[in-house]
Design a protein around this ligand. Sequence first.
Ligand SMILES: Nc1ncnc2c1ncn2[C@@H]1O[C@H](COP(=O)(O)OP(=O)(O)OP(=O)(O)O)[C@@H](O)[C@H]1O
Ligand SMILES: [Mg+2]
Length: 272
Amino acid sequence: MKDTIDSYVTADGRTIGGVMMEMKNITLRFGGVVAIKDISFDIREGEIRAIIGPNGAGKSSMLNVISGFYHPQEGEVWFRGERRPTMKPHNVARQGIARTFQNIALFNGMSVLDNVMTGRLTQMKTGIIAQSLWYGRAQKEEFQNREIVEKIIDFLEIQHIRKTPVGRLPYGLKKRVELARALAAEPKLLLLDEPMAGMNVEEKEDMSRFILDANDEFGTTIALIEHDMGVVMDLSDRVVVMDYGKKIGDGTPEEVRNNQAVIDAYLGVAHD
Ligand SMILES: Nc1ncnc2c1ncn2[C@@H]1O[C@H](COP(=O)(O)OP(=O)(O)OP(=O)(O)O)[C@@H](O)[C@H]1O
Ligand SMILES: [Mg+2]
């Protein structure tokens, strides 16, 4: 494996390992719009890595490159020591990457339980035909899937709404169900696009706790986009700062908070 740096232990006792994901000189264009300009950074095993920046900075585009949904015109994406080829979304799921979206993407007519179950779909080994031919194995798989889903539902404290259609839930709980669905895939790397957007203070505190607990208990590496700087400072081990498609900062929350380019970007200071 290349570029493996020694692991270290954080102040709160979590172990951060070597490089899991490496983005090298990524450039992404949409026609004439350059959404990402020559950005490099890495994500380490066990880390909570935040991506921040003003609106339109290219954060969601970057998450889509990490997830394999967008293919950059330039640069390389390395995951666990292997260069990623052009990859279909279902192959990304098999690689152990799950995500939530900036705009909630759940099945409103379906119950919480069924929505969370859809998070298991990519993990199922038995195909539809095999399921009918080889009933025993499919049944065992179904049983295991239910067990994992129930564990996640307990973990996120949504037992009381497991039968409720998602469309009837308040916004904060919908966000939590989306997190449940992503965790149900038992991802190695979890990508969260503004998991706390539009939440009140109490909901944000709950969500922060669930993100930290998922990282701690399941060892899930997390990359998240978040606008609330207080949340970013509390949650993340390291922060990448983007502005107009460029990387303008990268380091610990403390380092980026004191970085002049970052301060300027947030204050809206003009630049070339
Ligand atoms: N599918 C697309 N087609 C064309 N342009 C796009 C597409 N997706 C993003 N862009 C453009 O790329 C730039 C970066 O957008 P992106 O959504 O990644 O920003 P962001 O940092 O997530 O912003 P926000 O904080 O508002 O969510 C913007 O100029 C946007 O208009
Ligand atoms: Mg976005």
